[in-house]
Ligand binder design. Structure first.
Ligand code: EPZ
Length: 430
């Protein structure tokens, strides 16, 4: 079994570089299905979810060629709809973008319902509502989504009952080549929505309003191939900011868009952390010891992101006093609390609210990742704790953080990936 071992209590220093944004790269890669031509996508993160998305594209008939570690050439001319292998579709949430893209290009799609991190029920009713409004007939049978639009898709006005990143992107993908105008009202506004719209517009689409809550998509006849670079990952950047704050460090985080980090910066400043904006980098200096307690509520962008919930919880454990962390997006995002409790954290969860009694020293323990961002939180907690913490189920981390161990080691962390044979006490560094 592969695990991560961290001997914490050391300050981080120097600079660390952020990769491309996972949650923009996945819909852009799968969005190339719409293009039916050659695209070159740059600044991809080197993570297992990207590999899975490229495997899906290959299975659908695309020609996929890595140019270098972070650049891929994809030719989707030969793609045929409806053949996403079940196991790949189930391996991640973003596989549902195949449905919007196939429906948009071919007027038909059949895919397994998506997998991904377990936050309780993760419905797709808003995706289906959007596809149906565009004229598709949608059925969910035996864990598969079947969509068909025999007459093609026609633009429509769609009001989203809930702000959903995935549904906004999926409807955008389906509507790009629909007849006439589609209006998505109460759309999600995350930077990755804007990145997907910019990619599609570069390919010849006509999308306006991405980044606001009303997106207008005028259908075009066809798209063409392009070269496009993915934006930096704000959640990876935010995770490093939290790691710096948790360890009392002074760290420069490079390749970021500071505007995307505003809510994270605001919360860290409230806790007494200094953040300097260098244009395409931020410097994080932990100057207040101990950190100040605060209350946090996660919400859709531009609010404080749900994907930064577990990471800030670690800081609240280290802060002096009682903090309240409220989850405003997912029903079950606090599974990781049990693991932090093993390290000595004092946290009471009531539904979507966690009350954190800070200032109790954390101690090393054997912990596991319950999902991707929870895994990042375990690493931050371990970095801030004297002694060796061993983290299990690290495949969650590898789905979304590129070279996390190497990047943190580069700024002075004592962290390594180890292999521990099942039922054994021995370990080998890998
Ligand atoms: C995306 O998931 C991200 N995943 C998630 O990041 C992130 O937590 C989430 O957006 C919110 O920011 C990807 O981009 C691959 P939603 P998504 O649709 O699109 C409800 C990570 O760690 N909802 O915005 O699936 C839903 O239950 C991952 O990188 C419906 O009710 O999230 C939730 O409460 C984890 N009906 C809320 O909306 C629907 O049809 C927001 O979900 C769709 C969603």
């Amino acid at each position: 079994m592969e695990k991560i071992s961290v001997t914490g209590g050391k300050r981080l220093h120097g600079s660390i570089t952020v990769g491309g944004m996972k949650n923009a790269a996945l819909p852009i890669l799968l969005g190339t299905i719409l293009v039916g031509d050659k695209c070159v996508i740059e600044n991809l993160p080197e993570i297992s979810d990207i590999k899975a998305a490229l495997d899906i594209l290959s299975a659908l008939g695309a020609k996929v060629k890595m140019i270098d570690r972070t650049t891929v050439e994809i030719d989707t001319a030969g793609v045929r709809p409806g053949t996403t292998p079940y196991e790949l579709a189930r391996s991640m949430r973003a596989s549902y973008y195949v449905v919007g893209a196939e429906l948009g290009r071919f007027g038909t799609s059949r895919a397994a319902c998506p997998g991904g991190c377990d936050f309780g029920v993760r419905p797709i009713d808003q995706h289906i509502k959007g596809f149906e409004a565009l004229g598709a007939k949608v059925e969910v049978v035996d864990g598969c989504i079947n969509c068909v639009a025999p007459e093609g898709l026609t633009g429509s006005s769609i009001y989203m009952d809930i702000v959903s990143v995935g549904a906004t992107i999926n409807i955008m993908l389906a509507a790009v080549m629909a007849k006439g105008m589609t209006v998505i009202d109460n759309a999600a506004k995350e930077p990755h929505i804007v990145d997907v719209a910019n990619f599609l517009n570069t390919c010849g689409a006509d999308i306006s309003g991405a980044g606001t809550d009303v997106i207008k998509i005028r259908g075009v006849e066809e798209l063409h191939g392009v070269t496009y670079a993915i934006i930096p990952d704000m959640i990876e950047a935010g995770t490093f900011m939290m790691a710096a704050a948790a360890t009392g460090s002074d760290l420069v985080i490079e390749n970021v868009i500071p505007k995307h980090l505003e809510s994270i910066t605001a919360k860290l400043e409230e806790m007494g952390v200094e953040i300097e904006d260098y244009g395409d980098a931020v410097r994080v200096k932990a100057v207040t010891e101990p950190l100040r307690r605060i209350n946090v509520k996660t919400m859709p962008y531009p609010g404080y992101p749900t994907d930064m919930n577990p990471q800030i919880c670690v800081l609240l454990c280290l802060a002096q006093g009682t903090s309240i962390l409220t989850e405003g997006v997912w029903d079950t995002r606090f599974k990781y609390v049990e693991e932090l409790t093993r390290m000595g954290a004092v946290i009471t969860v009531d539904g979507r609210k966690a009350v954190i009694e800070g200032g109790k020293p954390l101690k090393p323990a054997a912990v596991k990742c319950s999902d991707l961002r929870a895994g990042a939180a375990m690493v931050i907690a371990a970095l801030a704790t004297e002694g060796e913490t061993v983290i299990d189920n690290i495949y969650h981390i590898e789905r979304g953080y590129e070279h996390l161990v190497e990047k943190l080691r580069g700024v002075g962390a004592d962290i390594k990936k180890i292999y521990v044979p099942e039922g054994s006490n021995t370990q080998r560094v890998i």
